[in-house]
Design a protein around this ligand. Structure first.
Ligand SMILES: [Mn+2]
Length: 423
């Protein structure tokens, strides 16, 4: 091996693996109390079905190993059922010669309640404490070294996992870690890292977990990937979910493919109702939107947040009939194995008033519109300050985010303009 760098191996080095994270197998699907019981049960089953889909993929692709980057379970109070399902899956892969490497994250730290389970020798579950590594061999040849660390507790020190470093001669080296790279509004920042810090470890591939949205943060030197959660659990986790399939040929990544594995999918869609003149036209456009979604779902059931938007003379009628329309759509599209369930109908239609033109009006309507145009986010916050002092208000209203404030201001404008028009 003298004179050969670590990336020039004497034999062709091929390797194929799956990288997943954030399975949340025992997810309680909070906020589902409002759903009908059959639908809530269907959603609960989805996380475990997505896990089965992943196992099927590992077998059909005949991968060398599976990487699981934390949050296998949802809470530290791990339900035995989920643990049995997980163990069974890894056992099934092991029986086919597929190895598994697992770290635990902030949702399923090592000090949580763990059942007494036996894992086959093909399974490596990394301990907490300090970073350790395991070597993957095929036919006696050491092909990869996987470095990893589990969360010992739910809130580890921020420098957890500071000891990732390339070592040994294995040509492909992987960091398996549940951590936060960059800033992600919705996620608490555990074990924060920068891309530069990851690069300093001199590894080839970073198999990360924690951020539920899939994405490749950096495509080479090193490759840094979040596979996202395996199954979307609520409306904020909309869009395709799955894992990454990584195919390494001659020591370089040839394929880095996102594979959709979710069993049901949350989607957000908009129906443009601009210019509609009758309620049956509203129905037709909403029906068409649901059918288009079904057509693109490849047989998966969908939970849809449908937003009705656009300027129309029927604005008021649509707003008043919103719940009825949602019910109609659920009855029409909510059945069968590939159902499209309108989980929520957002009524964002606007009146067909020429607001810009009216703003020039010297009368009261014009005055209101001009006032609105000059109303800043700062002023809106000040106007709401008193209300925000009350604990009850904070409980029932969403956070004072700029987007929500803007929506409120727009909504207020429409209501004011409409009622002034009528008077
Ligand atoms: Mn997670």
């Amino acid at each position: 091996m003298i004179g050969s760098s670590r990336r020039e191996v004497d034999r062709p080095m091929n390797l194929k693996y799956l990288h997943c994270a954030d399975l949340h197998l025992d997810s309680p699907f909070q906020g589902f109390q409002k759903l009908e019981p059959w639908l809530a049960e269907r959603c609960r089953r989805a996380a475990r079905q997505a896990w089965q889909n992943l196992l099927d993929l590992a077998e059909t692709e005949q991968v060398d190993f599976l990487l699981v980057a934390g949050d296998v379970y949802d809470g530290a109070e791990r339900r035995l059922q989920a643990q049995l399902v997980f163990q069974e899956g890894l056992q099934r892969l092991a029986a086919r010669g597929i190895h598994s490497y697992v770290v635990h994250g902030n949702h399923d730290p090592l000090d949580g309640r763990l059942g007494t389970l036996r894992f086959p020798e093909e399974v490596t579950i990394f301990p907490g404490g300090s970073v350790s590594s395991a070597v993957y061999r095929r036919d006696g040849q050491a092909l990869a070294r996987i470095h990893g660390i589990s969360y010992p507790t739910r809130n580890p020190p921020p420098d957890l996992g500071s000891g990732f470093l390339r070592r040994g001669d294995e040509p492909w080296q992987i960091g398996l870690f549940h951590c936060t790279v960059g800033s992600h509004g919705d996620h608490e920042s555990y074990a924060p890292r920068t891309l530069a810090e990851l690069a300093a470890s001199d590894l080839d591939y970073w198999a990360l977990g924690h951020i539920h949205l899939p994405g490749v943060l950096q495509d080479r030197n090193p490759t840094v990937v979040y596979p996202g959660c395996l199954q979307g659990r609520h409306a904020r986790e909309c869009g395709p979910r799955g894992c990454y399939l990584v195919d390494v040929r001659e020591g370089a990544i040839e394929r880095l493919d996102f594979v959709e594995l979710d069993d049901l999918r949350w989607v957000a869609a908009e129906v443009d109702l601009a210019g509609v003149e009758s309620m049956d036209e509203v129905r037709d456009r909403a029906n068409a939107a649901c059918e288009a979604l079904r057509g693109g779902a490849q047989g998966r059931p969908l939970l849809v947040r449908l937003r009705l938007a656009g300027r129309t003379a029927l604005c008021r009628e649509i707003r008043q009939g919103g719940e009825d329309l949602a019910e109609f759509l659920r009855e029409r599209h909510g059945e069968g194995s590939d159902f499209v369930w309108v989980e929520r109908l957002d009524l964002a239609v606007r009146p067909a008033l020429d607001l810009e033109g009216r703003a020039l009006d010297p009368g009261l309507v014009g005055e209101v519109l001009r006032q609105h145009a000059g109303f800043t986010e700062q002023e809106a916050r000040a106007a709401l300050a008193d209300l925000w002092e009350r604990p009850m208000a904070r409980r029932v209203l969403p956070e004072l985010k700029p987007a929500w404030l803007r929506d409120c201001l727009d909504e207020a404008l429409v209501l004011a303009a409409e009622s002034l028009e009528e008077d």
